[in-house]
Design a protein around this ligand. Structure first.
Ligand code: AMP
Ligand code: MG
Length: 403
């Protein structure tokens, strides 16, 4: 059985061989997509010197306290004025400044009387105050946003200001998802005798969608060799980049997945990893025409399948896309943990920030069964306990993967 780092390395290498394609989308459709181009400022930001306040534009002179008002400029309605030592122009926030402006006095700091503006008692002015200079945010031609990052909502303003009505993003990788198991009924069914609602299809499609990749739903299939063979062939012939199956990869009599994957041409890279949960994972590569498809046989236990996705697939896709943001946090254990195997454990954890300590603290959920959906639902992280670590104690530091 191989270790987590070995298994991850194999998966990562295969992901890095996948060919990425790009497409252009409207700015409003670019949210949460991955930027596939370096974006440069096509203009200075701001494009012209402008006022940061509603006030009066003046030519700064430390001894002057009074100016003759010669006109006004509102935002988007420029008028040509040239300031002298003794003149001022009424100016609104965002207005282009008249020539010679070297300070803007806020409306609140003056008294206006008979066409004159006077500095109010106790107020003073500094040179260059309340002026937003041309290019002060970004200079024309300079890199505004580097490629290979998630376009989160805080970046939309900058993209828009650079004129990016259309944005080049990576095409979404397509994940086929298939659930296997005789015991599975769909989630809208009543439970009878020995059946359970098959939730993996929904959970795995959701985690792929949350990650903003595309999915193809191949539904459920019984533990029937012929039927699985048919479904797998269909999925192999589909244009998905990655196929995720759940169930049937362990050592049960009816666990046919691995055998059938091999029969249909999959080169199995490994089966079983020294981790908990998620040990029975099968990973392979299948070539169809000139395309390579990656195949993951995820275990059937809902927690195992989810954890496998979070610790193998998501980080490997991020590496392929060149995304650097690392969603791990170091935290202090508030309770000791029982761990006495030599596997890497990924425990469902509840992480919070402790204001008094000024750091993150975490505790493991009480139940750590790989079938326990309640604890998975209430967790906000996976606590990583490395292979060699035994029974980590309260107060020790652990790494947490945010989920
Ligand atoms: P398997 O990997 O097929 O041996 O399944 C392991 C456990 O996961 C069994 O208890 C199954 O009933 C359960 N299981 C398998 N598939 C699903 C699914 N789609 N949704 C929920 N539980 C499942
Ligand atoms: Mg099964």
């Amino acid at each position: 059985m191989i270790s987590y780092p070995e298994a991850y390395k194999i998966i990562r290498n295969e992901f890095l061989k996948l060919k990425l394609h790009t497409e252009e989308v409207d700015l409003l459709n670019s949210l949460n997509r991955i930027l596939a181009e370096d974006v440069y400022a096509d203009t200075n930001l701001p494009p012209f010197d402008n006022s940061a306040m509603d006030g009066y534009a003046v030519k700064f002179n430390p001894s002057r306290k009074e100016w003759k008002l010669i006109g006004e400029i509102s935002a988007g309605n420029f008028n040509l004025f040239t300031l002298d030592d003794d003149t001022a122009v009424l100016i609104m926030t965002g207005s282009k400044l008249p020539a010679n402006t070297s300070a803007v006095i806020p409306v609140e700091d003056v008294i206006t009387e008979n066409g004159y503006v006077k500095l109010a008692d106790g107020k003073s002015i500094k040179g260059n105050q309340h002026i937003r200079y041309k290019g002060g945010d970004l200079t024309k031609g300079v890199l505004a946003l580097e490629r290979n990052q998630v376009i989160t909502s805080n970046k939309i303003s900058l993209l828009g200001a650079c004129g990016k009505a259309r944005v080049k993003v990576y095409r979404k990788l397509k994940f086929g998802v298939l659930a296997t198991g005789d015991e599975l009924v769909d989630i809208d069914s009543k439970i009878s005798v020995d059946k359970i609602r098959g939730t993996n299809l929904y959970s795995i499609i959701s985690v792929v969608n949350e990650f903003n990749m595309a999915t193809v739903n191949f539904g459920f299939v019984k533990d029937d060799k012929e039927k699985i063979r048919e479904k797998l062939s269909e999925a192999f012939n589909n244009d998905n980049d990655i196929l995720l199956t759940t169930g049937g990869v362990s050592v049960g009599k009816y666990d046919y997945l691995k055998e059938l994957l091999i029969e249909l041409g999959t080169e199995v890279k490994f089966w079983k990893v020294k981790i908990k949960p998620g040990k029975p994972l099968v990973f392979g590569v299948v070539k169809k025409d000139d395309r390579t498809k990656l195949v993951f046989g995820l275990p059937g236990n809902p927690v195992s399948a989810y954890v496998n996705f979070m610790i193998f697939i998501k980080p490997a896709v991020q590496e392929l896309l060149g995304i650097k943001d690392d969603k791990t946090v170091k935290a202090e254990l508030t309770e000791s943990v029982n761990k006495n195997d030599d596997k890497r454990n990924f425990l469902r954890g509840i992480l919070k920030f402790n204001l008094e300590k000024g750091k993150y603290v975490v505790r493991a959920a009480e139940a750590q069964s790989s079938a326990d959906m309640t604890q998975l639902a209430n967790a906000n992280c996976l606590i990583v306990i490395e292979e060699v670590r035994i029974d980590p104690q309260k107060g020790e530091e652990v790494e947490c993967i945010m989920i």
